[in-house]
Design a protein around this ligand. Structure first.
Ligand code: UPG
Length: 479
């Protein structure tokens, strides 16, 4: 039975704890307690068992998502005080694998040789300097990113931003058949046996690290949490002002933005059984995925820029009232074992907080770099950088970002860079599709809709200085 399965798992975790030296057993135990809790919910909790009932989904009720324009601007005299109540936390557990890079994603260069991390530090440095305040930066690392991040952080030791980091949990992957951990030893170097349990882990891991209490003691009140790869996630003073002055206390604010055709995957805010809730694509029944992706039914999505009250985090952790839906991720390991890993998403915590609200923010607050197609845009003249913040170039006549789809041969950052002698001018680009073996010379200009298709075995070299405007180039055509 399920109870037996849970008991077997507990026994096996107890044995695993003993494989580590006694001085670290307490920490491993705390981590495993978190895992056990998640796993027993997965096995036994009826709320977690039932999948979402599609008919029960409602649009969020009036007033729960407010337009950004409605916020009042911060009073200059308050700015410094208010900023001193803020901490900035970046989710830094992810690797650069999808972009063909080793190591943490945050150390990939994205603009003028500056990495995600460099830009973040620059933003905060400027903010602290401008207002004479002390907003610290905190990174949540996973065991995959911790060592290298620590190394890289040394270069910021003279910067006027205090930087802290803490590790999220390391949970054992579980064999799908036996429901037992694949690992037989905690200190195995075989990383395949472990996984970081999603960014929903941030609340518990931050609490466990002791940093939550430390910042509360220092008088900090809110955390601004975001994905490190979202270049639009800078500190917004009007939102901060809203949190600290609105007559209703908002313990949790989620920045959402209008969905476009490019955002099919993002989580969305819904009302479900009378609660505001985040719905992620991984939770949508197969037959409803197309509907979920459509722009007409689900008009907004979660940017994962979240503002959360620190005391409230402490309360929900200590009272055990923090609940995030479990996302089950199936994987197969190199050694051929099928495993499951249980994850949670940080935005899903919204339902556990009082006065939760969505703010519909301008698109400029969501500028993620997930692929080299995104990279092309942020490296190009479509954006200007000021104080570590990317802004759409005012010379672009319309505010939307072009749709770019580069060929698989551009997927790795290294290959991408070798295929462009310089980044093309994209100021007037609407959409770009590139397929096959294509290279670009220096100073190429792309305008309107451009499609370049090199057939299998052929190569297309776009010559230096070429201007392509509403053009389709295909076959082995040389222009
Ligand atoms: N991350 C961690 N630890 C983990 C997993 C991820 O730190 O265990 C980090 C990751 O490095 C990245 C961030 O969390 O900085 C977001 O992860 P990612 O996989 O890129 O995003 P998703 O989890 O797919 O989606 C999140 C929200 C979703 C939202 C979307 C916006 O869950 O609701 O629409 O971000 O990009």
């Amino acid at each position: 039975t399920k109870i037996d399965a849970l008991t077997r798992l507990q026994n096996s975790l107890n044995k695993l704890v003993l494989t580590t030296p006694s001085q670290s057993q307490k920490d491993v135990r705390t981590e495993f307690d978190g895992f056990e809790k998640l796993f027993s919910r997965y096995l036994l909790d009826s709320v977690d068992q039932s999948s979402i009932d599609w008919q029960e989904i409602r649009q969020p009720p009036e007033g729960t998502v407010i337009p950004y324009k409605k916020l009042t601007a911060i009073d200059e005299h308050d700015t410094k005080d208010f900023l001193n109540k803020l901490i900035v936390v970046k989710l830094n557990g992810g690797l650069g694998t999808t972009m063909g890079c080793q190591g943490p994603k945050s150390v990939i260069s994205v603009r003028n040789d500056l990495t995600f991390l460099d830009l973040t530090v620059q933003q905060l440095e400027q903010l602290n300097r401008q207002y004479g305040c002390e907003v610290p930066l905190i990174l949540m690392n996973s065991f995959n990113t911790h060592d290298e991040t620590e190394k890289v952080l040394q270069k910021y030791s003279h910067v006027s931003v205090k930087i802290y980091n803490f590790n999220q949990s390391k949970y054992p992957r579980v064999d799908r058949e036996t429901l037992l951990p694949v690992a037989t030893n905690v200190n195995t170097s075989d990383n395949e046996c472990w996984y970081p349990p999603g960014h929903g882990d941030v609340y518990q891991a931050f609490y466990n690290s002791g940093l939550l209490d430390e910042f509360i003691e220092q008088g900090k009140e809110y955390m601004f949490l975001s994905n490190i790869d979202n270049l639009g996630a800078s500190v917004d003073l009007n939102i901060l002002n809203h949190l600290l002055t609105d007559e209703v206390k908002h313990e949790f604010v989620m920045e959402v933005t209008d969905k476009t055709r490019a955002d099919v995957k993002g989580g969305t805010l819904i009302e479900y059984q009378n609660k505001l809730r985040l719905l992620e694509i991984a939770q949508v029944p197969k037959e409803n995925v197309d509907e979920f992706k459509s722009v007409s039914k689900f008009r907004i999505f979660n940017t994962n820029n979240l503002w959360i009250n620190l005391q409230a985090i402490k309360r929900v952790i200590e009272d055990n009232t923090l609940h995030m839906e479990i996302i089950v991720n199936h994987k197969s390991l190199d050694k051929g074992i099928n495993v499951i890993q249980l994850e949670t998403a940080s935005g899903a915590a919204i339902k556990s907080f009082e006065g939760a609200q969505g703010i519909n923010v301008p698109r400029s607050r969501f500028l993620p770099v997930k692929t080299t197609s995104d990279l092309l845009l942020v490296m190009s003249n479509l954006f200007t950088v000021h104080r570590g913040i990317l802004k759409m170039n005012p010379q672009r006549s319309f505010p939307s970002v072009p749709l770019v789809k580069l060929a698989i041969s551009f997927n790795k950052v290294k290959d991408f860079l070798s295929r462009f002698q310089s980044i093309p001018d994209c100021l007037e680009l609407d959409s770009l599709t590139v397929s096959g073996d294509v290279t670009f010379g220096k100073g190429v200009s792309l305008r309107g809709t451009v499609i370049i298709i090199a057939n299998h075995g052929d190569r297309i070299d776009i010559p230096t200085g070429a201007i392509l405007e509403n053009k389709i180039i295909s076959g082995n055509l040389r222009i």
